[in-house]
Design a protein around this ligand. Structure first.
Ligand code: CP
Length: 356
């Protein structure tokens, strides 16, 4: 059964197909209004969301299907201690496809191993957010016509910003892309993304703590919120939360064709004064998200007719050593088997990618 847990589960060709379908849906929405008639999407959101949950629900309704679900862990039986595995098995008997957001890294992967319907990762802790990446890719495509040779700056919380991790994984597969990583040292990109994604793919990158230093070279500037909910030390969050604030004076040297992106929600890091700049594309990203989620639901429901089980564990090994990442799903899921994959001689948890 095909699921979407990480954006690289789909080939570049498959992502190109999704972009093509999304653009066709935008042009001819009526042609798709009954595509999913009789099908049910379950949105299982254990963490807050405005865009992702409601755009998934809108996507399914616009395709003629129906929606069930919950919007917080407290309104589900997770609050009574039910495991992710059992939740996935139960929902498989009610719905045709699941979109799951969870605060634990790897939870949607556990769901996909236990469901017999497709599972979409709608954001797992600070790990991945592949459908935001689909929205980001369509936005970049609409603005720049492709991805090769772009210089993309990521600014803010690169440590916990799951949208950043997923978009870098996606961009690493195109040629000539350069990335500029702009963050305070406390919020630098995790080592596993640098080693397993950037260095492995040969993606060109620089790290800086200056928002202005590379501004004139950027084709895309991807701003992010400092993710207060992932900090153990709230004082540290208070100290870092306003590290970067994008205001009109900061983009004076930027290209007139630069695209300013933000996955939203924003707090202080992106001034509303930028909204009227023709380069501001974060509300276009929201529209792209709905279109790509429609295309994704169509694809996964079509492929669900093929009962062949996709096995992401095929190249993994059972591990006697437990993952030490406190945010990993293996720390809370009952009787879970620990697995690792080998990356350049190192062992990484199959659920959250942390080094074991
Ligand atoms: N971009 C994003 O994931 O927004 P929500 O948290 O509102 O879903």
């Amino acid at each position: 059964m095909r699921s979407l847990i990480d954006v690289v589960d789909f080939s570049v060709e498959e992502i190109n197909e999704l972009i093509k379908t999304a653009l066709d849906i935008q042009k001819n929405p009526d042609m798709y209004s009954e595509t999913c008639k009789g099908k049910i999407l379950a949105t299982l959101f254990f963490e807050p969301s405005t865009r992702t949950r409601l755009s998934f629900e809108t996507a399914m309704l616009r395709l003629g299907g129906s929606v069930i679900g919950f919007s917080s862990a407290s309104s589900s039986s997770a609050s009574k201690g039910e495991s992710v595995a059992d939740t996935a098995k139960v929902i498989s008997t009610y719905a045709d496809i699941i979109a799951m957001r969870h605060y634990k890294e790897g939870a949607p992967f556990v769901a996909s191993q236990n469901a017999n319907i497709p599972v979409i990762n709608a954001g797992d802790g600070g790990h991945c957010h592949p459908t935001q990446t689909l929205a980001d890719l369509l936005t970049i495509y609409r603005r720049h016509g492709g991805f090769d040779n772009l210089t993309v700056g990521f600014c803010g919380d690169l440590k916990f910003g799951r949208t950043v991790h997923s978009l870098i994984s996606a961009l690493a597969r195109y040629s000539g892309v350069k990335i500029v990583l702009i963050s305070p040292k406390e919020l630098k990109l995790p080592d596993y993304v640098i080693k397993n994604v950037i260095e492995k793919s040969g993606l060109s990158y620089v790290e800086t703590d200056s928002l202005e230093e590379y501004m004139n070279q950027l084709d895309v500037l991807y701003m992010t919120r400092v993710q207060g909910e992932r900090f153990e030390d709230k004082l540290e969050y208070e100290r870092l939360k306003d590290s970067y604030i994008l205001t009109p004076d900061k983009i004076v040297s930027a290209k007139s064709s630069m695209t300013i992106m933000h996955p939203l929600p924003r707090v202080n890091e992106l001034s509303v004064k930028i909204d009227t700049d023709s380069r501001a594309c974060y509300f276009m990203q929201v529209e792209s998200g709905k279109l790509m989620r429609m295309a994704l639901i169509i694809k996964l429901l079509k492929e669900a007719k093929n009962p062949e089980k996709e096995d992401r564990l095929a190249t993994a090994n059972e591990s006697v050593i437990k993952c030490k990442n406190p945010a990993c799903i293996t720390t809370t899921e009952q009787e879970i088997i620990h697995y690792y994959k080998s990356v350049d001689g190192e062992r990484h948890c199959i659920y959250c990618d942390a080094k074991i």
